[in-house]
Design a protein around this ligand. Structure first.
Ligand code: SAM
Ligand code: SF4
Length: 366
């Protein structure tokens, strides 16, 4: 028996009526704590994942292109004020080498992620990188933070097809508590709109288990993903980093709760949004050796193996206990393939694995 009355009805409604769950219903789903109730939710979400994405997992090789960041998000290990790390920026050749490795490994897509830098030199550098990797014919996701619409357009014109910009939380008051006063919730939302106007497959997401975050906040986050009509969701559990101010406020943080919320968010998002791409974030694996597999069985369909040279990985620590710090990318490929096949899924080799939702909204009826 579940601790939410009418869970079976709720799941039946989610399966029958597309994108119909209301915020209180989403909060009810997220509140389920008993094992059998959670398993029913995961099973329903997984069935929708199989229906819309198949029993297949899309891969994106992630290149951590640099830990230089102008911002000071209070939760992030590479925030500008953290002096306990060596700053690095990959060269164009190093980023291209990561993309080449992703292509040779059959990943079909690459994600270029870094701290946030707004400058003409950086914009031009990324344009050059994008033009250099274009012949590899990969899907290319950027995750380079807030930029002007002009910059987003230039990177789109240079070959980027997707952009991931997590809203982090859709509660403006919580957003303000997590960021310095110079950051603006409204600008972040406007950036997501600008990305959409530029023709990207737009990804967003949040951290689950943040200090001060309620289940209602998380339900509102899923409604936000739906309202902004996101194509891709990249979200994961919040994990404290000791060199950040938020860690001091996370005294009652529990790995178990953050993991559970991270998985429940994947399942509830699949039930609410259906055909979007959802990543099983590496942070899940930091909390549980089987975290990514559990994410896939809760409704995720994307995994992002790290293809950054191991010598840089320890300097891109967003949170404590980041996994695979010393596992080179070739080992990582084999390990992930085994893990994915062990749960009865197959890897979608050599294709970009675009968001079905993007095609449904841009080419209806095709
Ligand atoms: N700088 C870009 C941005 O902020 O959009 C992209 C890189 S940023 C490191 C990628 C994501 O890392 C953020 O959106 C945030 O959700 C996540 N992150 C940062 N610190 C984290 C933490 N302590 N626990 C879990 N995720 C974290
Ligand atoms: Fe910089 Fe992104 Fe970390 Fe914020 S989350 S400090 S923008 S790298």
């Amino acid at each position: 028996m579940s601790d939410v009355d009418g869970l079976d009805d709720l799941l039946a409604r989610a399966a029958e009526r597309p994108r119909a769950l209301a915020r209180p219903e989403l909060a009810a789903l997220l509140s389920v704590e008993d094992e059998s109730g959670i398993q029913s939710i995961f099973d329903a979400a997984y069935a929708l994942k199989v229906k819309y994405c198949g029993k297949r997992v899309a891969m994106r090789g992630i290149v951590e292109a640099g830990n230089v960041c102008a911002k000071d998000c209070r939760y992030c290990g590479i925030r500008a004020s953290n002096r306990n790390l060596t700053r690095y920026r990959l060269t164009q050749e190093e980023i291209v080498a990561g993309a080449r490795f992703a292509a040779a490994s059959g990943y079909g897509s690459v994600v270029i992620q870094s701290g946030e830098i707004e400058s003409e030199a950086h914009t031009r550098f990324i344009e050059e990188v994008l033009r250099a990797i274009a012949p590899l014919k990969l899907g290319v996701t950027l995750s380079l933070g807030e930029q002007t619409e002009d910059v987003y357009r230039r990177w789109r014109d240079a070959g980027a097809t997707r952009y991931l910009l997590r809203i982090e939380t859709s509660n403006p008051a919580l957003y303000a508590a997590l960021h310095p006063a110079t950051c603006s919730f409204e600008r972040r939302v406007e950036c997501l709109r600008a990305l959409r106007r530029c023709g990207y497959q737009v990804g967003t997401g949040v951290m689950a288990g943040l200090p001060g975050q309620t289940l209602e906040d998380l339900a509102r986050d899923i409604a936000f993903f739906r309202d902004i009509d996101a194509d891709m969701i990249g979200m994961g559990p919040y994990i404290p980093h000791p060199d950040t101010p938020l860690a001091a406020e996370a005294a009652d943080w529990s790995a178990e709760r953050s993991l559970r919320l991270g998985l429940n968010m994947i399942a509830a998002t699949r039930l609410a949004l259906r055909d979007v791409n959802i990543a099983a974030a590496t942070a899940l694996q930091a909390l549980d050796p089987l975290g990514r597999e559990k994410g896939l069985l809760a409704g995720a369909n994307v995994v992002m193996p790290n293809v950054t040279d191991v010598k840089y990985r320890a300097q891109y620590k967003l949170y404590a206990d980041k996994p695979c710090l010393d596992e080179n990318a070739a080992l990582c490929r084999g390990c992930l393939q085994r893990r994915i096949e062990s749960i009865g899924e197959t890897v979608l080799w050599g294709v970009p694995g675009d968001s079905a939702h993007f095609f449904a909204r841009t080419r209806p009826g095709v």
